[in-house]
Design a binder for this molecule. Structure first.
Ligand code: TPP
Ligand code: MG
Length: 217
């Protein structure tokens, strides 16, 4: 019997290393969940809504969950200050959660590491010897202006010298607040284990990126 699209998809996901899928589906995706149930190699973990999926999968290093978690923690104990350190990509995945902080008067403080890119993904491409794709970079809104438009406070730091003052302003704000910290996109994250092979491929990717830049492609 020939395979269905859902079965091929599940097999491909399994080959790519996927072992759990968190989600909520409407009827249109029933064939997919049915294929997961029959296949048994991948576990289906049903949740009530998309944000729940992002939260439930935190043990798989899901980005985008931190402000939702911070709101929950701050609601449990309003006396202790909750500070969120979050990448710009992860933060913009669930930006609306900041309005939840405002609505419920949760005084969370958000420090956004603004490098205008999916930095780790960019590095992973280069580690594989590939020039980073254009799609790994993105424009951002003005996070401080966004905070103010929500009825909260927002501050911006563009140089290392401004950081201390920015953090002080942030922590002295009584309600929810965002500190938008501009980071050099070329700064490399410190990885726990680095193999010689990765260094070699990273160099190769940099040479390829230079050649592409010279060609103007
Ligand atoms: C929900 C989810 N989608 C995609 C990924 C893959 N991923 C791992 S790191 C990363 C980049 C995060 O970008 P950002 O938050 O801007 O942090 P940066 O690496 O730039 O510091 C992505 C997309 C993930 N871990 N979780
Ligand atoms: Mg980033």
């Amino acid at each position: 019997m020939s395979a269905t699209v859902a079965e091929i998809l599940i097999d491909t996901l399994y080959q790519l290393g996927v072992r759990q899928i968190f989600g909520v589906v409407g009827d249109a995706l029933n064939p997919l969940t049915d294929a997961i149930r029959r296949d048994k190699r991948i576990a289906w973990i049903g949740v009530r809504h998309e944000e729940g999926a992002a939260l439930a999968s935190f043990n798989n290093a899901a980005v985008g969950t931190s402000l939702g978690q911070a709101n929950g923690i701050q609601a449990l104990d309003r006396e202790r200050q909750v500070v969120v350190a979050v990448g710009d990509g992860g933060f913009t995945m669930l930006l609306g959660e900041f309005m939840t902080s405002v609505e419920h008067g949760l005084p969370v403080k958000v420090v956004v590491f603004n490098n205008r890119e999916w930095g780790l993904v960019h590095l992973e491409m280069e580690e594989a010897g590939l020039p980073a794709f254009a799609g790994s970079e993105f424009p951002n809104p003005d996070f401080a202006a966004f905070a103010r438009s929500c009825g909260a406070q927002g501050y911006t730091v563009r140089t290392p010298e401004e950081l201390d003052h920015g953090l002080q302003q942030l922590l002295e704000t009584p309600g929810p607040a965002i500190l938008d910290v501009f980071i050099d996109p070329d700064e490399l994250p410190v990885m726990p284990h680095i193999k010689m092979e990765q260094i070699w491929r990273f160099g190769l990717a940099k040479v390829r990126e230079s050649l592409i830049a010279m060609r103007g492609a």
